[in-house]
Design a protein around this ligand. Structure first.
Ligand SMILES: *Cc1c(COP(=O)(O)O)cnc(C)c1O
Length: 370
C-alpha cells in the first residue's frame, strides 16, 4: 500500500497548530531525574494542594456502584445544586468536561473561518487554540501592567469580531479587573459580540472591587461566564466546569456539547463538593498564607513578582528563567515557564502547601546562590 501523508490530508488549521503545553507530570520528572515521586513537588498547574474534599471522595465511592450506566446527560443534580447556590436558572447552565469544554463550545457556536476573536496579551492559551481550530483569527491586544486593557480590547472590535475572551483574574499573570472596568467594558462592547468571562479562579479572590460576572448576565445577554471545579474545588483530574449565560446561548451550546461529556463520578463529586463550603474556605486560607509566604521568600531573594489574586504567582529572573526552571526540575520542583505567554523572564509557581512552598523557595535560593 502507498504510504499516506495524513499530516498533509489534515485541515490546514490543524497543521499549523501547536498543542497546549501542560505542566510536567510528577512521574515523568521522577523517571528523568531518578527521583522518588513522593519527593517531587509539583507547582505547575494551579492545582489545589489540599487534596479533594472528603465529601467528594465519599460521593465518588458511592458512584462506583453505577459505572455500567451512562451518566445523566443533563447533569440534573449538579445543575440543581449550582442553580440553588448561585441563584440562577437551570436553563442558564452548561456543564463541561472542564470549563475548557465551554470555551470550545462557544467558539464552535459563533466563530467561522476569518471571523475575529479578541484576546489579551499574556492571556490563557486555550482561547487562541480553540479559535485556530475553526479557522478564526486571533486578535491580541497589548496588556497594560501585565493585565487586560479592557478599554483597548473593546476598541479592537470590528464587524468581524465574534467573541472577546476576558480572564478575571488572568492566568498566568494573576492580574484582575475591577467592577468599574468590567462595567464600562460591557457597556462599550456591541450587543452582538459575545463576551466570554473566564472566572476559573473566582473563589480565591476577595478584593471588594472584584466583580462576579453573574451579576451582569441580566443586563448583558451577550455575556457568558465560566467557572471550574479544577482549582478551588480541588477536582482537576475529574474534568468538570460550567458556563452560565442566557438560556438562548446555553441552548446553542447544548447543540454542540457531546452527549455525556461529564462522567458520573465527576458529577457526583462536584455536586458533593459544592455543598462543602468549609473546604473552599480552607483552600482559600491556605492559598492566602501561601501567597504571603512566597512573596516574603521572593523579597528575601531580591526577586520581583507580579502581584496575584489567584493560586499562582509569576516571579522574574531576567535572562535566567529557563536555566532556573531546569535547575528546579533537577531538584525535584516543577514550576511553569511562561515564555509562550510572551513572558520569557518570568516563571509561574502555583501556591502549594506550606511545606511545598518552603521546598520550592529553598531550591530557588540554592540555585540563585550557586
Ligand atoms: C485552569 C484554568 C481553566 C480551567 O480549566 P478546566 O478545563 O476547568 O480544568 C480555565 N481558564 C483558566 C484561565 C485557567 O487557568
Amino acid at each position: 500500500m502507498d504510504k499516506v501523508n495524513f499530516t498533509e490530508l489534515a485541515n490546514s488549521e490543524i497543521r499549523s497548530l501547536s498543542p497546549y503545553q501542560p505542566g510536567k507530570p510528577i512521574d515523568e520528572l521522577a523517571r528523568e531525574f531518578n527521583l522518588n515521586p513522593d519527593d517531587v513537588v509539583k507547582l505547575a498547574s494551579n492545582e489545589n494542594p489540599m487534596g479533594p474534599s472528603d465529601k467528594a471522595l465519599l460521593a465518588i465511592k458511592a458512584g462506583l456502584n453505577n459505572l455500567t450506566r451512562y451518566p445523566d446527560g443533563n447533569g440534573y443534580e449538579l445543575k440543581l445544586a449550582l442553580s440553588n447556590k448561585l441563584s440562577i436558572d437551570i436553563e442558564q447552565i452548561t456543564l463541561g468536561n472542564g470549563s475548557s469544554d465551554i470555551l470550545e463550545f462557544i467558539v464552535k457556536c459563533f466563530v467561522s473561518k476569518e471571523d475575529e476573536v479578541i484576546v489579551s496579551q499574556h492571556a490563557f492559551a486555550i482561547y487562541g487554540l480553540v479559535t485556530q481550530v475553526v479557522g478564526g483569527r486571533v486578535v491580541q491586544v497589548p496588556a497594560k501592567n501585565w493585565g487586560h486593557d479592557l478599554d483597548a480590547m473593546a476598541d479592537a472590535v470590528t464587524d468581524k469580531t465574534k467573541i472577546i475572551f476576558v480572564t478575571n483574574p488572568n492566568n498566568p499573570t494573576g492580574t484582575w479587573n475591577s467592577k468599574k472596568q468590567l462595567e464600562a467594558f460591557l457597556k462599550k462592547v456591541p450587543a452582538n459580540v459575545v463576551v466570554l468571562l473566564d472566572e476559573a479562579y473566582f473563589e480565591y479572590v476577595d478584593e471588594t472591587e472584584y466583580p462576579s460576572g453573574l451579576e451582569y448576565l441580566q443586563a448583558f445577554p451577550n455575556l457568558v461566564v465560566t467557572r471550574t471545579f479544577s482549582k478551588a474545588y480541588g477536582l482537576a483530574a475529574l474534568r468538570v466546569g460550567y458556563g452560565v449565560c442566557s438560556s438562548e446561548i446555553a441552548n446553542l451550546m447544548n447543540r454542540v456539547r457531546p452527549p455525556f461529556n461529564v462522567d458520573t463520578l465527576a458529577l457526583a463529586a462536584a455536586t458533593a463538593c459544592l455543598k462543602d463550603a468549609n473546604y473552599v474556605k480552607q483552600s482559600k486560607e491556605l492559598n492566602d498564607s501561601g501567597l504571603a509566604q512566597l512573596q516574603a521568600g521572593f523579597e528575601q531573594l531580591n526577586l520581583s513578582w507580579i502581584p496575584s489574586v489567584g493560586n499562582f504567582i509569576c516571579f522574574s529572573i531576567p535572562g535566567r528563567a529557563m536555566q532556573i526552571f531546569q535547575g528546579l526540575l533537577s531538584l525535584g520542583v516543577i514550576v511553569r515557564p511562561v515564555a509562550n505567554y510572551e513572558m520569557p523572564d518570568h516563571l509561574r509557581v502555583s501556591v502549594g502547601t506550606q511545606f511545598e512552598n518552603q521546598k520550592f523557595l529553598l531550591a530557588l535560593k540554592n540555585l540563585l546562590e550557586a
